[in-house]
Design a protein around this ligand. Structure first.
Ligand code: SF4
Length: 532
């Protein structure tokens, strides 16, 4: 038997470098890497050593004989990749050991953001330099979108946090949770941060929703996908709670993976979700709401839909859920959306080629329907909740260059560029913040590695603006500005308490939803003290 890569593959490619027979493709330097949904193991070459499974940060690799029924399809998917590409792996990459130039002593680097991009920048900096590294997050718990965005019923994907957790324990690393960078109360500004470090990496993601640009999208009962996901993932301060009343039908505008995640969560049995780390508030509400149907609107046809095969297959595997795909106006008319799903069943309907033109208020002023044009036919789809899921964009950090059109921090090779297009010394941006909201967890790795290589080259060339500040200066500034910040040990206490609360309820964890409660929990252990 051989090993097989399954749906939760994050394309981190950590498995590629440990495979002794180079049988995992595409590799980061081969066509298709970054756009392929998963990596693939060649069953003809695999020697079943298991090294890749140990290296996989999201537990996506299993011996074929241990796959459950739903994952058996991946045996063929892995093999088909090589059937279609007989030359795959014919020229195994030569191992290139990068030069490690001599860098100035005492470099100090800050990373803002603890999602995948920040995590990969951190692990690369640890491996490639002797720098002291301070990692900052606006929330007390690290993880960024891995904690706040990955669906609660995909626990394996969150395993990548184990890799980053090891990095936080490195004696050269300080984690500061609960510290905002910007110009609000309790925040440290970008100029202050830049003055205290030799270099700053921004890995702040793309937290804002892209707009539909149609009337009614801001009505109550119309929420962005990001707000809804943050709400059911228990992100402190998240808005976007769906209406408490009966929510028989949700209309989602968009057909990307986030849209499919939301559809799956909404029609999943609340009892199934209660076994995950989803927010209690979400399970309680879903129990009352009884979502019977989710309609997804795709502007173009199924071939152009942005969802991955794995996400679609996850919908097909849902028990008691009918999946209906319509891609022409006649079929949509025949479908009869006014007919409820069959008794005892729920329904997910894809309406492709359907352009929303307006979100229409009901008698109470809430979003009550979506007007849609499919081909030459216009129709109105009643909706109890409307979710806008058409992508994300970055948000400007005060004092930092920002491309307002693209919604990103402008960069070249990870170096932040100013209005004149020239790099700003000592300033780097990685992940969605710099390249836009595209690609999954692993796609951030190559980007972060490239940015760190730019930093290494700049440090070796002496082009970093060296800071005279010491670690103690920054610690003092943070204590004055935000005395409730949480360090690594505090974050570990929060983690333990969340798991303990979950154990009592038979769940993996019950997350805190309030920052005040989190910092109190961190301080409930006597050893907590920011600054070692
Ligand atoms: Fe390579 Fe071993 Fe994984 Fe097979 S089991 S793909 S040989 S690392």
């Amino acid at each position: 038997m051989v090993h097989v890569i399954t749906a939760s593959c994050c394309s981190d490619a950590g498995c590629v470098s440990v495979c002794p027979v180079d049988c995992i493709h595409p590799t980061p330097d081969e066509p298709g890497f970054g756009t392929s949904e998963i990596l693939h193991i060649d069953p003809q070459t695999c020697i079943d050593c298991g090294a890749c499974a140990d290296a996989c940060p999201v537990d996506a690799i299993f011996p074929a004989e241990r796959l459950g029924t739903a994952d058996r399809v991946f045996v063929d998917l892995n093999a088909d990749y090589y059937r279609d590409r007989p030359d795959a792996g014919a020229n195994p990459p030569q191992v290139v050991y990068p030069d490690i130039p001599r860098l100035p002593d005492g470099l100090r680097v800050a990373i803002v953001g603890t999602g995948p991009a920040g995590g990969y920048a951190l692990t690369t900096l640890i491996g490639r330099t002797d720098a002291q590294i301070t990692v900052i997050d606006r929330l007390p718990t690290p993880g960024g979108l891995v904690r706040a965005g990955v669906a609660p019923d995909h626990p394996g994907t969150k395993g990548v946090l184990r890799t980053f957790d090891l990095a936080y324990r490195d004696p050269r690393v300080d984690l500061i949770g609960g510290l905002a960078i910007g110009d609000g109360p309790g925040a440290v500004s970008h100029p202050e941060l830049a003055a205290h470090f030799d270099a700053v990496f921004y890995a702040v993601g793309a937290p804002a929703a892209r707009s539909l640009g149609i009337p009614g999208e801001d009505l109550p009962g119309s929420t962005s996908a990001g707000d809804l996901v943050a709400w059911y993932n228990a992100v402190p301060g998240a808005v976007g709670a769906p209406p408490a009343a009966d929510c028989g039908r949700t209309v989602i505008v968009g057909t990307g993976n986030v849209a499919l995640d939301i559809a799956r969560i909404l029609v999943s049995s609340p009892e199934t979700l209660a076994a995950t780390d989803i927010a209690d508030r979400a399970v309680d509400l879903l129990r009352r709401q009884d979502v019977r149907e989710v309609v997804l609107l795709g502007r173009r046809g199924p071939a152009d839909a942005a969802y991955s095969d794995a996400e679609y297959r996850a919908l097909q595997a849902l028990p008691d859920v009918d999946l209906i795909v319509c891609d022409d106006a006649a079929t949509i008319a025949e479908l009869g959306l006014d007919r409820p799903p069959a008794p005892g069943r729920r329904r997910i309907v894809f309406l492709f080629g359907s352009v929303p033109t307006e979100i229409v208020a009901d008698g109470s002023g809430r979003a009550g329907a979506v007007d849609v044009t499919t081909g030459s036919i216009s129709h109105r789809i009643r909706a109890d909740l409307v979710v806008r899921s058409v992508g994300y964009r970055g948000v400007a950090v005060p004092g930092l260059p920002f491309d307002d059109v693209a919604g990103v921090i402008p960069t070249v090779d990870g170096r932040v560029t100013g209005a004149d297009g020239a790099p700003v010394p000592g300033l780097y941006a990685v992940g969605w913040a710099a390249r836009g909201a595209r690609g999954g967890i692993g796609a951030n790795k190559a980007h972060a590695v490239a940015a760190v290589e730019s930093f290494v080259a700049d440090a070796a060339a002496g082009s970093l603006p060296r800071s005279a500040a010491t670690r103690e200066y920054f610690t003092a500034l943070v204590r004055r500005r935000a005395p409730d910040v949480v360090d690594y040990r505090g974050a570990a206490v929060i983690d333990r308490i969340e798991r303990a609360r979950g154990r009592i309820a038979g769940r993996p964890r019950i997350k805190f939803t309030d920052v005040r409660e989190m910092s109190d929990a961190a301080r409930s252990q006597p050893h907590l003290k920011f600054g070692r």
